[in-house]
Design a protein around this ligand. Structure first.
Ligand code: HSE
Length: 445
C-alpha cells in the first residue's frame, strides 16, 4: 500500500477575504475562463464566500492585442506572477507538458492551489504533482482534463468514494467520435471525414494526438487512477488510434449490428491466479447499436461507469471547446478558492489500493476478425481449428462472396490478447487465407 501523508488543512483567509487568481494562458479556454469569471463576479463571490480578483494573465507575447482582457494584466513572466503574495490560486490552461509542469510545480511549491485543464500533464506526472500538492497542503484540481464540461473526475473522486468501481468505459475524444460517426452515417472514407473534421475546426492542424488515441490515453490514465485508487500513468495505457479504420470496417460492423467507437476502457479484474489487477486501453471498438455509448454522436463525449453498489451510470455532454472546458475549470476554481477562504482541502490523490497493472496480453475481450479467404472445401474448418487450438470459442461466423473468394467474419467469445494474437498469426500462415483485413475488439454485450 502506498502511504500518502496528508498535510494538515491550512486555516482559511477568513470569510469575505479576496482570493487572487493567476491565469496562465489566454487561448480559447483561457479567454472563456476570464470572460465567464469577470462577467459573473457577484455569483462567484457568493459561491466562494469572498470576491475573486484576477491578478494577471500570463501569455507568450504580451504585446499582441488580446480581446476582452485589461492589457495591464498581461505578462510574459509567468513565474513572477505565480510567486506574487496576493495570488492564491493558479489556473493553468496553456497545454503541452514541460513548461506547464514547471509552472504548476512552482505554483504548488509556492503554496498556491492549482486548477489545470491539462490531461497530458496530469497523466504523465500525477505522482510528482500530487506529492507537491500534499507537501504544501494545497489543492490540485483537474476536472477539465477529462471530457471538459462533463463532471466525471468529481463523481469518481467524491460521489463514488464509498463504492467499488468495476469499470469505466468512455468516448473521451470528440474529434475521433465526429470522424467515426460521420463515416458511419455517410459511408465516406476516413481521409474524407478527417478532412471534414479539420474544415469544421474539430481536428487540429496536426491531428495525431486525437486520431492516434494519445489524447484519449491520457484521459484513460486519469480515469483508471481515480476509479481504482491506483496510480496509472499514460505509459501504462495500451493505445491504438482510428487511422486504419476503413469504410468497409464500418459497413461490416453495421451489418453485424454494431457501431465502431474509439473507446477508453479501464477495468479491474481478477486474473487466473486470483490476483486483482487493473488495465487501461484505448482502441477502436465495436459497440452494439443498442448500447448507450452507440448513440453518442458527432463530437459529444460520454463516460459509462459500472460500480458494485451504484450499478451503471452514464455521464454525457460536451467534451471539448472553450466554454465547456471553462465550465469545468471554473467549477474547480470555486472549490479551490472556497478552500482558500474557509480552510481545508479537496480530496487529494488516492492510490492506497496500489493494484498491479495487467500485462496487455492478459487482458480479455471479444474480437471481430475480418478475413479474405479462398472459397473452397475445408477452409472454414482450417480457420476454426486455429481458434480452437488457442482455446478461443467462436460466437458467430459470417461469409459472403468477395473478390474471387470469400469474406469471412469471425466473432469470438472472450479471449486474451495473447491467445488472439497467436491465433491471428497462425491464421495468416494458412495458404487459404489471402489477408486479414482487420481485427477489432468488441465491448458492451
Ligand atoms: N481534442 C480533444 C477532442 C479535446 O477532440 O476531444 C481536448 O482533449
Amino acid at each position: 500500500m502506498s502511504t500518502a501523508v496528508p498535510t494538515s488543512p491550512k486555516a482559511g483567509k477568513g470569510a469575505g477575504a479576496e482570493v487572487g487568481i493567476a491565469l496562465l494562458g489566454y487561448g480559447t479556454v483561457g479567454q472563456a475562463v476570464y470572460r465567464l469569471l469577470t462577467e459573473n463576479t457577484e455569483d462567484f463571490t457568493h459561491r466562494i464566500g469572498g470576491p475573486v480578483a484576477v491578478r494577471g494573465v500570463a501569455v507568450s507575447d504580451a504585446s499582441k492585442p488580446r480581446e476582452g482582457v485589461d492589457p495591464s494584466l498581461l505578462t510574459e513572466d509567468a513565474h513572477a506572477l505565480i510567486a506574487r503574495d496576493d495570488v492564491d490560486v493558479v489556473v493553468e490552461v496553456i497545454g503541452g507538458i514541460d513548461y506547464p509542469r514547471e509552472l504548476v510545480l512552482a505554483a504548488l511549491n509556492n503554496g498556491k492551489s492549482v486548477v489545470t485543464a491539462n490531461k497530458a500533464l496530469v497523466a504523465a506526472h500525477s505522482a510528482e504533482l500530487a506529492e507537491a500538492a500534499d507537501a504544501a497542503g494545497v489543492d490540485l484540481y483537474f476536472e477539465a482534463a477529462v471530457a471538459a464540461a462533463i463532471p466525471v473526475v468529481g463523481p469518481l473522486r467524491r460521489s463514488l468514494a464509498g463504492d467499488k468501481v468495476k469499470s469505466v468505459m468512455g468516448i473521451v475524444n470528440g474529434t475521433t467520435n465526429f470522424i467515426l460517426d460521420a463515416m458511419d452515417s455517410t459511408g465516406a472514407s476516413y481521409d474524407d471525414m478527417l478532412a471534414e473534421a479539420t474544415r469544421l475546426g474539430y481536428a487540429e492542424a496536426d491531428p495525431t494526438a486525437d486520431v492516434e488515441g494519445h489524447d484519449a490515453a491520457s484521459k484513460a490514465a486519469i480515469l483508471a487512477s481515480l476509479a481504482f485508487h491506483t496510480r496509472v500513468s499514460y505509459d501504462d495505457v495500451y493505445c491504438e488510434g482510428i487511422s486504419s479504420i476503413t469504410a468497409e470496417d464500418i459497413e461490416a460492423a453495421r451489418t453485424a449490428g454494431y457501431v465502431i467507437k474509439l473507446l477508453a476502457v479501464c477495468e479491474r479484474f481478477t486474473d487466473d491466479a486470483g490476483v486483482e489487477k487493473v488495465s487501461a486501453r484505448v482502441h477502436p471498438t465495436l459497440v452494439p447499436r443498442d448500447h448507450p455509448l452507440a448513440s453518442v454522436s458527432k463530437s459529444f463525449n460520454a463516460v459509462f461507469v459500472e460500480a458494485e453498489a451504484a450499478g451503471r451510470l452514464m455521464f454525457y455532454g460536451n467534451g471539448a471547446g472553450g466554454n465547456p472546458t471553462a465550465s469545468a475549470v471554473l467549477g474547480d476554481l470555486v472549490g479551490a478558492a472556497r478552500n482558500k477562504v474557509h480552510g481545508g482541502r479537496a480530496p487529494g490523490e488516492s492510490t492506497y489500493a496500489n493494484l498491479p497493472i495487467a500485462e496487455f496480453g492478459d487482458v480479455r475481450t471479444r474480437y471481430h476478425v475480418d478475413l479474405h479467404v479462398e472459397d473452397r472445401v475445408g477452409v472454414l474448418s482450417e480457420i476454426a481449428s486455429k481458434f480452437a487450438l488457442n482455446q478461443i470459442s467462436l460466437s458467430a461466423v459470417r461469409q459472403e462472396e468477395f473478390n474471387e473468394g470469400a469474406r469471412l467474419v469471425v466473432v469470438t467469445h472472450e479471449a486474451s490478447e495473447n491467445d488472439l494474437a497467436a491465433t491471428v498469426d497462425a491464421v495468416k500462415q494458412l495458404p487459404a487465407v489471402k489477408s486479414v483485413n482487420s481485427v477489432i475488439r468488441l465491448e458492451g454485450e
